[in-house]
Design a protein around this ligand. Structure first.
Ligand code: MYA
Length: 415
């Protein structure tokens, strides 16, 4: 599986993958060809206008019963407040979710993270969908949606963000995924929502943009030992450790953790910053409180409060997503921080992000990852990030964008 867990670029493999992606536009997509998404045949057709591909249908015309599953399986709604359901989901994903191209690492989203990701303001429990084996009652597949307002140019559109699509390894290639996608679509429609946003490591019809992950080593020795990165040419371990060394504490005066009292100021900063991107979330204070207020081992946010004026001028954040290291004698877990939303109005973005690296190092992360979205390109190389070996494609469902965006025109980070 090629998906959005990437590690340092290993050039031959990534050349092969880029070649495969370039021919994949001619591949048949028996399912995706039937869906209201931009089709490969329409790429470059400027007569097609931007916006919804299909109009909404009256709610009474939305199918009232769930789609049929193959007879050994049944639908279940996963209540993430229940310790037992949350454990089942956690274990399904821990053992069957996204791996890198070479199957060395697998995402290991924590239970606290899953609860946070699935319980934003206005969430629907009915959008947390599981599939069980009827006989054993074992959870064998999962898909989720959460509501979001996403702006595309001047239009704010109610959407579902679809994530955590997972089919047990033993049940792959049986066309379960299309049934799950249709079922989540049906349940989103029942709430009178007709658009969705999602990301995937695979090429499907048709990405609105394609991003690359970049990785900044914080614990280079471990990263090399577990095969996440390699010693560069003409580099020794001790030179490598020195190269990635960081100061013990942040440099910017007034740099501190975000608190509840900062929600209004951070919302203002973020709204203003995100308004420049073609596609970005439309966050209100409730969203900011949920998505950006620090939650231990889930999301970290820092800001700069001017020591003189007490004005809040800059903001940075990252989320915690460890990966299981598959088959290593010495280590079981890779601790990774993922850059989330960052806004610099006074402190240079480079300095702000260097401070983010410093606090991530203090918190014992092994690596800091960032996509080349928003203004991230301006600090990646200088702060010694290296390009990853996989790509992340962004998609919208039932919404056409006239032309693919540059990754720097995207203001959206999905978990
Ligand atoms: S991305 C993360 C996806 N998960 C993983 O990579 C975990 C490991 N892999 C698996 O668990 C399975 O391989 C999955 C596929 C479940 C991915 N997004 O059942 P199949 C198409 C969309 O025989 P399996 C995330 O969570 C594939 O092209 N479609 O295959 C966002 C083919 O269709 P077509 C995908 O390998 C998810 C069909 O499925 C993906 O057993 C967003 C094959 O089905 C993928 N990542 O299972 C979902 N992978 O023939 C879309 C394969 O046409 C949401 N496929 O090429 C759309 C919006 C819905 C809401 C709308 C509301 C209005």
């Amino acid at each position: 599986e090629v998906d959005h867990l990437t590690k340092d670029d290993s050039s031959l493999e990534s050349i092969v993958r880029r070649f495969q992606d370039s021919v994949s536009v001619s591949k048949k997509h028996k399912f995706w060809e039937t869906q209201p998404v931009g089709q490969f045949k329409d790429v470059g057709d400027t007569s097609l206008s931007e916006g919804p591909i299909e109009p909404p249908t009256p709610l009474s015309e939305v199918k009232q019963e769930p789609y049929n599953l193959p007879s050994p399986y049944e639908w279940t709604t996963c209540d993430m407040d229940s310790e037992e359901s949350c454990n089942e989901v956690y274990n399904l994903l821990k053992n069957n979710y996204v791996e890198d191209d070479e199957n060395m690492f697998r995402f290991n989203y924590s239970k606290e993270f899953l609860r946070w990701a699935l319980h934003p303001p206005g969430y629907y429990r009915s959008w947390h969908i599981g599939v069980r084996a009827k006989e054993s009652k074992k959870l064998v597949a999962f898909i989720t949606g959460v509501p979001a307002r996403i702006r595309v140019r001047d239009e704010v559109v109610k959407m579902a963000e679809i994530n955590f699509l997972c089919v047990h390894k033993k049940l792959r290639s049986k066309r379960l995924a299309p049934v799950m996608i249709k079922e989540v679509t049906r349940r989103v429609h029942l709430e009178n929502i007709w658009q969705a946003a999602y990301t995937a490591g695979v090429v499907l019809p048709t990405p609105i943009t394609t991003c690359q992950y970049w990785h900044r080593s914080l614990n280079p020795k471990k990263l090399i030992d577990v095969g996440f990165s390699r010693l560069g040419p003409r580099m020794t371990m001790s030179r490598t450790i020195k190269l990635y060394k960081l100061p013990d504490s942040p440099a910017t005066p007034g740099f501190r953790k975000m608190g509840l009292r900062d929600v209004a100021a951070v919302t203002r900063l973020l709204k203003n910053y995100l308004s420049q991107f073609v596609v970005a979330p439309d966050f209100d204070e409730d969203d900011v409180e949920h998505w950006l207020l620090p939650t231990e081992n889930v999301v970290d946010s820092y800001l700069v409060e001017s020591p003189e004026t007490h004005e809040i001028t800059d903001f940075c954040s990252f989320y915690t997503l460890p990966s299981t290291i598959l088959g290593n004698q010495n280590y079981t877990t890779l601790k990774a921080a993922y850059s989330y939303y960052n806004v610099a109005t006074k402190t240079p973005l480079l300095q702000l992000m260097n401070d983010a690296l410093i606090v991530a190092k203090q918190k014992d992360f092994d690596v800091f990852n960032a996509l080349d979205v928003m203004h991230n390109e301006s600090f990646l190389k200088e702060l010694k990030f290296g390009p990853g070996d996989g790509q992340l494609h962004y998609y919208l469902y039932n919404y056409r964008v006239r032309q693919a965006l540059r990754s720097s025109e995207l203001g959206l980070v999905l978990l």
